[in-house]
Design a protein around this ligand. Sequence first.
Ligand code: 1GP
Length: 238
Amino acid sequence: MHSIYSDILKAKAVNQKLLAILLDPDKIVWETLDELISKINQSPATHIFVGGSLVETNTIDKLIIQLKENVNLPIVLFPGNPSQISDKADGILFLSLISGRNSDYLIEHQVQAAPILKKTNLEIISTGYILVESESETAVSRVSQTLPLDRNNSEYILQTAQAGEMLGNKLIYLEAGSGAKLSVPLKMIQLVSQNIEIPLLVGGGIRNQKGIQDAYDSGADLVVIGTAFENNFNFFNT
Ligand code: 1GP
């Protein structure tokens, strides 16, 4: 039995902060995979997320097989669409883009994914995914054809997070977008974390240790780091 979600809840209960390294299979330089794996093993990461906006399944499988052999962390899919489901992973963030009004990303992709997921043993973790404006356009916004929510309107973002929780999502993910210029505002993290019960994930545009610590101090339960580690495998040693 998987226990990814119950472990996240247990960590939250004792205020133990979590860290996910996001790997986009399209951006993996396969020749450097050994080094990547060894740096992951030396890092404080508690989870590996695998996904991207436009990845093909066979590269996802290939990457996960390598990771499973060499890293002892839960591997969680963070899919851009239903074609990115791999039964090699341990779990999946079953995302609904609740900040947008594109029904494909709210429910249609999930309907397509359901019969595929039924055939796997993946732990399915429903996640209310909220895209927050970060100055320039991000891949999530472009691919999903949705606009991010106004970063100055924390109240509306809180309402969205609360609606996501009331709908039964198990996690809320505040996303600025991969490589975002501006990460999610700390005041917003604070407001949302104080007014929902479920764990809060925060990611997008976090570039240094201080950014991670600030997000934790503001109430993030799990921080996601993609680009900064991708660009510098020594990121966690700096
Ligand atoms: C993107 O939140 C993640 O979906 C991580 O973003 O690549 O900017 O770290 P970065």
